[in-house]
Each structure stands twice: as structure tokens, then as C-alpha cells.
Design a protein around this ligand. Structure first.
Ligand SMILES: Nc1nc2c(ncn2[C@@H]2O[C@H](COP(=O)(O)OP(=O)(O)OP(=O)(O)O)[C@@H](O)[C@H]2O)c(=O)[nH]1
Ligand SMILES: [Mg+2]
Length: 197
């Protein structure tokens, strides 16, 4: 897909601030610091549209980016960061649930995991949420540039087993390896008519 324009629209802490038009949305979700914002930026070929950080847990709101005036990329706050309070964790859960459960224009969720680690219980829980809400999703395992090809093979087999799916795309933000396959899924998602939920 050719990117003609990509712009930040808003940062929402609740549904009242979500965009009100019905353009399709592709959501990026995963553990804190896993590389959600980096994936979003590198797919678009831009450096810093979504803010990336070496400090985990920085993205606390839901950020909406409008692509080609046609669809949104939605950067969701990361989960699993140990240093947040119980209250913050709860408000995170409520915000994500409000988004995932009540967003008919959400056509694809990209669940991002770190290629170097086994999926955490929270990753698997997130997958069951996506399934529970009947959402179409894709697992992307990122930071593969940090692994040898042997390690990549072993870990990929383990991931497939843990998530019980073959559909896991390995990715690297610096090299953009895997970008074509992810774009195919995005294109398919944004072209698909929304389902009534
Ligand atoms: N080597 C390598 N580093 C990566 C990759 N993706 C992200 N990183 C690094 O990982 C760190 C976190 O990346 P972010 O994109 O900010 O992660 P995030 O998931 O958006 O983080 P939060 O918004 O805080 O939850 C940054 O230092 C990135 O440069 C990758 O594919 N390869
Ligand atoms: Mg982020």
C-alpha cells in the first residue's frame, strides 16, 4: 500500500474522545515496551509519528492516527508493566475493554509479542479477549533482529503451540522484515465490510 498521508488525530482516555466517524481501524496491542509504536511507525516508513520510548508504560492513552484519509491506526497502551499501581491497571483494563468490546469499525487487531520470550499469561489472556469479542486478529512477534535464524525457528514453534495458531508473523522494526505480510492483512481488513456486532 502506498502511504500518501499519516497524521496524529487524538489521544483518548475514554470513549467520549474516540473519533466519531466510521472509518475502519487497525489496533496495535501488546505488552508494555514490546514495540507497538515502533511497529506502527516502521510500517508507515516514518520515524516518530507514534512516540517510542525506552521507558516502559509511556503510552497511557489510546492514540489514533489517520492513514491516507481512509483508515486509522490505533496505538493502545501496553499491559503488564510491573511498576504501575493496581488502580492504573484497572483503569487500563476498563479503557481497553471499552475499546475492544464496543468498536464496530475495528477490523483488525495486531497482537504484538516479543520474539525472544514465551508468550506471557497476559498475552494469552489478551488473545482470549480478542476471540471472546469475535475480533479478527493477527499475532506479530517482533524484535527478531535480536535472534539468530536458529533461535527464530525454535521460538516460532513454541509460539505456535502456545497461541495454537500458525498465523504468527515474525517482524523487525529496524529492518522491516515481515512488513509485506502485515500490510496484506491490513489491506484485507480495511477492505472488508464491517460486521455488525
Ligand atoms: N532491535 C529492535 N528493537 C526494537 C524493535 N521494536 C522496538 N524496539 C525497541 O524497543 C523499545 C520499545 O519500543 P516501543 O515501540 O516504544 O514499544 P511500545 O510497545 O510502544 O511501548 P509502550 O508504549 O511503552 O507500551 C524501544 O527502545 C525500541 O527502539 C525491533 O523490532 N527490534
Ligand atoms: Mg508505545
Amino acid at each position: 500500500m502506498r502511504i500518501e498521508s499519516a497524521k496524529f488525530i487524538c489521544s483518548a482516555k475514554g470513549p467520549e474522545s474516540f473519533p466519531r466517524d466510521a472509518r475502519p481501524e487497525v489496533a496495535f496491542l501488546g505488552r508494555s515496551n514490546v514495540g507497538k509504536s515502533s511497529l506502527l511507525n516502521s510500517l508507515l516508513g516514518v520515524r516518530d509519528l507514534a512516540r517510542t520510548s525506552s521507558t516502559p508504560g509511556r503510552t497511557q492513552a489510546i492514540n489514533f492516527f489517520l492513514i491516507n484519509e481512509a483508515f486509522y491506526f490505533v496505538d493502545l497502551p501496553g499491559y503488564g508493566y510491573a511498576k504501575v499501581s493496581k488502580q492504573e491497571r484497572q483503569s487500563w483494563g476498563q479503557l481497553i475493554e471499552k475499546y475492544l468490546a464496543r468498536r464496530p469499525q475495528l477490523v483488525l487487531s495486531i497482537l504484538i509479542v516479543d520474539a525472544r520470550h514465551e508468550p506471557s499469561p497476559l498475552d494469552l489472556q489478551m488473545q482470549s479477549w480478542l476471540q471472546h469479542f469475535g475480533l479478527s486478529y493477527l499475532v506479530v512477534s517482533t524484535k527478531i533482529d535480536k535472534l539468530t535464524s536458529n533461535q527464530q525457528r525454535t521460538i516460532r514453534a513454541r509460539m505456535r503451540k502456545a497461541f495454537q495458531t500458525e498465523r504468527i508473523i515474525p517482524y523487525s522494526s529496524p529492518t522491516r522484515a515481515g512488513a509485506g505480510e502485515i500490510w496484506d492483512a491490513i489491506q484485507e481488513g480495511v477492505n472488508r465490510p464491517p460486521i455488525a456486532r
